[in-house]
Write a protein that binds this ligand. Structure first.
Ligand code: HEC
Ligand code: HEC
Length: 380
């Protein structure tokens, strides 16, 4: 809106800026993007294409001390032990991570019941999701080949991966941290790293950070919630965090040294203090739900602060000329409002707001809403 209004007022200047910056208005695409087009967009945004793979080439996810339907580390998706499933780190370099998971769901040999891939750029946050379900071969062709029974982007989007994957791209459950999943034991992960969703069918997805000043669950990573219609009560803040600190979990052996409680790291047994910290986060997230879906102002006090941290419209573009302009605008706004210079993170987030089309009053509101924690010790 704001952009087209402005370009009516100063068409020449805007035209020049667009030309100089290489900025392109967001494409409006019909629902139901083709797989080929999704893959092309994802590969351009993330930087490395998803390769084909053999599930059997992955790491076998251990099912230890299994008795009946319980084991030390059941998976948290289906809350079952599901032996002989495979985890694959398909690509891992300084900017790109591509991970695959072949869930058996009772199948054997070269057959699996749920094969999923997440393609992520750590620097820009660009993230893509690929899913196959049903009786599947463990010989998986690349989504770019288009042949494997990959679900269409639209069908994948309808599963709403983000309603659970709302703490960042990767959910680090004990099921997968036991095989060294990306982010295992990393207290800088899912904290302030960027996250956004590529592809026309994924543009309604948004994730939010839930913060309470001094809450222990905010000290190593964010606690995420989301705008899902499918499962509002899923996600890190409202579901996974509660399960991670509960006295017991479905299909999990009683907490002990060999079957430790999920959170916090290093703890083995239940802590009512941690449980109640997680409950407070869940209550704060639940209280934000209607504001999230109705676009109203979000809770913003030290005892409950919720803000959207994912961004839908940032592409991995190079636009130095506008970026310098944007950074100086943000710098000036921080100086005007708080009489201090912004942190690097605040600068980046503010510039991003402008790139998304925010007006100066909207930017000011964003700055005010997101400033208190930057001066606290919780997040930097
Ligand atoms: C109902 C919650 C839920 C939904 C919806 C969901 N996931 Fe997950 N996913 C999980 C959980 C929990 C894990 C962690 C492994 C475990 O314990 O099961 C996980 C793990 C993964 C992993 C392994 C890497 C990681 O994050 O740990 C991939 C890949 C993955 N999911 C892909 C997808 C894709 C693609 C979709 C959407 C089509 C999706 N997931 C939807 C809950 C969900
Ligand atoms: C000392 C740092 C630390 C604290 C404190 C902490 N966590 Fe975590 N959390 C982690 C790490 C590290 C992981 C990754 C799993 C692992 O390595 O054990 C994680 C993973 C998680 C996940 C999975 C989602 C994700 O980001 O991968 C949830 C949910 C979670 N923590 C909830 C909580 C809750 C609830 C609390 C408060 C009681 C809490 N955490 C406190 C470090 C911490």
């Amino acid at each position: 809106m704001a952009k087209s209004e402005r370009s009516l007022v100063v068409p020449l200047l805007s035209g020049l800026l667009l030309l100089v910056s290489g900025w392109l208005p967001p494409r409006v695409e019909a629902q139901g993007q083709s797989m080929a087009s999704y893959v092309a967009e994802c590969d351009a945004a993330v930087g490395v294409s998803v390769p084909g793979f053999q599930c059997s080439g992955g790491v076998t996810i251990p099912t230890t001390n299994s008795s009946g339907s319980s084991c030390d580390r059941p998976n948290r998706l289906n809350r079952e032990c599901d032996p002989d499933s495979k985890y694959l780190s398909l690509v891992s370099n300084s900017s790109v991570e591509i991970v695959g998971l072949c869930r058996r769901k009772g199948n054997t040999g070269n057959n699996y019941g749920d094969i999923a891939v997440i393609q992520h750029n750590k620097n820009t946050g660009a993230t893509c999701f690929y899913q196959a379900l049903g009786l599947l071969s463990g010989t998986v062709s690349a989504p770019s080949a288009g042949t494997y029974p990959w679900l269409s982007p639209q069908t994948t989007a309808s599963i709403e991966c983000f309603h659970c994957h709302d703490n960042g791209p990767i959910i680090r459950s004990p099921y997968l941290t036991q095989v060294g999943l990306l982010g295992s034991g990393d207290v800088t992960f899912n904290k302030s790293n960027p996250y956004y969703f590529v592809g026309a069918d994924f543009q309604s997805w948004a994730t939010y950070s839930v913060e309470i000043l001094g809450n222990i669950c905010n000290s190593c990573h964010r606690m995420g919630t989301n705008n899902s219609g499918g499962c509002p009560t899923c996600g890190a803040a409202r579901d996974l965090g509660l399960r991670a600190t509960a006295a017991s979990e479905v299909s999990k052996n009683p907490h002990s040294a060999t079957s430790p409680i999920w959170m916090t790291p290093g703890a083995t047994t239940y802590s009512s203090a941690n449980d109640s910290q997680a409950q407070s986060i869940a209550t704060c997230a639940a209280s934000a739900r209607s504001a999230i879906v109705n676009g109203q102002s979000l809770p913003n006090t030290p005892i409950c602060k919720v803000w959207k941290y994912s961004s839908n419209s940032i592409q991995s573009r190079t636009y130095m000329p506008t970026q310098i302009t944007e950074l100086s605008v943000v710098w000036l706004r921080y100086f005007t409002i708080f009489n201090r210079i912004p942190t690097a993170r605040e600068l980046a987030y503010g510039a991003r707001k402008l790139q998304e089309g925010a007006t100066i009053p909207q930017l000011d509101a964003f700055i005010r809403a997101n400033a208190w924690f930057s001066s606290s010790t919780i997040l930097r």
